[in-house]
Write a protein that binds this ligand. Sequence first.
Ligand SMILES: Cc1ncc(COP(=O)(O)O)c(C=O)c1O
Length: 308
Amino acid sequence: MAGDSDSKFIWMDGKLIPFDQAQVHVLSHSLHYGSAAFEGIRAYQTKDGRTAIFRAVEHMHRFERSTRIFGGSLPYSSEELILAMRELIKANGFSSCYLRPLSYIGNETRGLKLPREPKMRVALATWQWGKYLGTDAINNGIKVCVASFRRPDVASALPWAKLSGNYLNSIMARREASLNGYDEAILLDHQGFVSEGSGENIFIVQGGQLLTPSAGGVLLGITRDCVFAFAKKLGLTVKEQSMTRNQLYEADEVFFTGTAAEITPITNIDGHRIGTGKPGATTLTLAKLFDDSTTGVAKDFAHWLTYV
Ligand SMILES: Cc1ncc(COP(=O)(O)O)c(C=O)c1O
């Protein structure tokens, strides 16, 4: 089983089909070369019992841009895909779930030379996925390392796009962390500055300010954007700037953000205790506001919810 709980149906190229029949040809271009784009989205059960997709529009916008960057174009509009995700959640009877849109190239193209406008296929999958970095992460924080794998250089890796091929590097960093007993990895960039986690953006809290690596070399995370909005509401300053390993070790608080990871406190990096060694007050305030936004409690952010 792929996730905590798989689904009954997957949406493929316009149709809901049974989970076991959602298959592709072994010669699919994307399987060989990573020529695919994907998204990770969560839908939450809100306080009134209804289910809502969190920031569906922003995720679909990034999905469209990621696909376009290697010449593809989605054969469906964002509105059609959001409607399809709503139908998919209903058909599976989930009240909260993870959603995985994927655009990929089938077996009609061989070799590296893509047609000018490659035919894109689209799948929308869903499964029930618990806390990505462990159920206890919010109480105790997680233990991470700075990986020896670096984030690929911005000159070639297209950091704003969620391209499948980019993720082998993340997989290697995460694997290195796990093999060495850590929960997750932080990747430095080619100049040695902090970039992000294998599947998360990173923030530090220092002297009451939030700092995060500049937008140029990291995925423009949608949860990262939520933290910018929360900071504004709470009157906190956020600075986007280059960040060193030194700053990580000396930070009062460090946390990851991501759709899968949500807001996860980091309490130990490379064996160094961060702050008090417990999740910090600012991280917990932001995590609570995130929870309140996903469940419709925070009225200021109600526009981020698309009800199923
Ligand atoms: C490399 C990377 N950075 C950051 C993020 C966080 O982005 P988001 O908050 O949009 O999920 C992700 C996950 O999508 C990721 O894969």
